[in-house]
Design a protein around this ligand. Structure first.
Ligand code: AMP
Length: 286
């Protein structure tokens, strides 16, 4: 497995692969890898000739009060996991290498589509500008045929799909399923912040989504009623940012469910902010 820390050597290696007509699958991450990340790598390996993973804790997507400094960086363990998963190359840049400055604050930015405005856009106002910009940069460095993103970060996936479509990007964006712990908790690098007691309470997010799925399957089509079902299960949270059922394409509220929707939750357990979601598709109608 190649490990690169510079833009130049990463780009050089990728171009060489493409010249040799090998397709490239790419999974961008912030490290502290778990099975959710590794599932993206496996997809990249299955669908493409070469797999590339980036590990970069992107400062421009964190607000000043967020967990940038505490964000876990177990790099040796990450590299061992990627080696085991059969990754061909890892891009591991410093902030200076990516932004030619200490923060990236002064750099050119990508303005995401309006799908970035509700939900996370309200609670983390500059977050998706940071995400869209770093993904755009990463795809200039790793000119992948396909890039793999988890549905765990549903709104992020929408933002990136819109960016790829609106800016006529050459890379195909491939959505991948949410990977969960055995008891249902969606895997996240931030789960390691949870104490034993908080870890138990964190289960209420996936329980709320199971409850909303059940209500939907039983025929409930009123979004406010579905939201109440979720909120009822979310009482163990210390703070609820949102628990909503919204249109799956626009992420805007709907008064009646006539096409597929998505249930999205963002909540704090202790100091840890967790997100989770489940798509309620019309195929599920009984
Ligand atoms: P992150 O390191 O949190 O920026 O995540 C990198 C990529 O892994 C993103 O595309 C995430 O959506 C994806 N990811 C994170 N957790 C999961 C999970 N539990 N299941 C599937 N994909 C995930």
């Amino acid at each position: 497995m190649k490990v690169f820390s510079t833009v130049a050597e990463t780009r050089h290696w990728c171009r060489q692969q493409l010249r040799e007509t090998h397709s490239i699958g790419f999974a961008p991450t912030m490290g502290a890898l778990h099975e959710g990340h590794l599932s993206l790598v496996r997809q990249a390996n299955e669908q493409c000739d070469r797999s590339v993973v980036s590990i970069f804790v992107n400062p421009t997507q964190f607000a000043p009060h967020e967990d940038l400094d505490q964000y876990p960086r177990p790099i040796e363990n990450d590299l061992a996991l990627l080696r085991q998963a059969g990754t061909d190359a890892v891009f591991l840049p410093s902030v200076q290498e990516m932004y030619l400055s200490d923060s990236g604050d002064e750099s050119t930015k990508v303005l995401p589509s309006s799908v970035a405005l509700p939900l996370e856009g309200v609670h983390r106002p500059d977050h998706f500008v940071g995400v869209a910009t770093v993904v755009m940069k990463l795809l200039q460095i790793v000119p992948a045929d396909r890039a793999f993103f988890g549905r765990k970060d549903f709104q992020q996936l929408c933002v990136i799909e819109h960016m790829a479509r609106d800016l006529s990007m050459a890379t195909e964006i491939v959505p991948c399923p949410i990977v969960r712990e055995e008891d249902g908790l969606a895997m996240s690098s931030r789960n390691r912040y949870l104490s034993t007691e908080e870890r138990k309470r964190a289960l209420c997010l996936s329980k709320a989504l199971q409850a909303v799925q059940q209500a939907f399957d039983a025929g409930q089509r009123d979004p406010s009623e579905l939201e109440l079902v979720m909120k009822d299960s979310l009482k163990p949270c210390d703070h609820l940012d949102y628990a909503v059922v919204v249109d799956r394409e626009s992420l805007l509220p709907v008064s009646k469910i006539t096409r597929s929707v998505v249930a999205l939750i963002a909540a704090r357990i202790g100091k840890t902010r967790l997100i989770d979601n489940c798509e309620l598709t019309l195929a599920n109608i009984v």
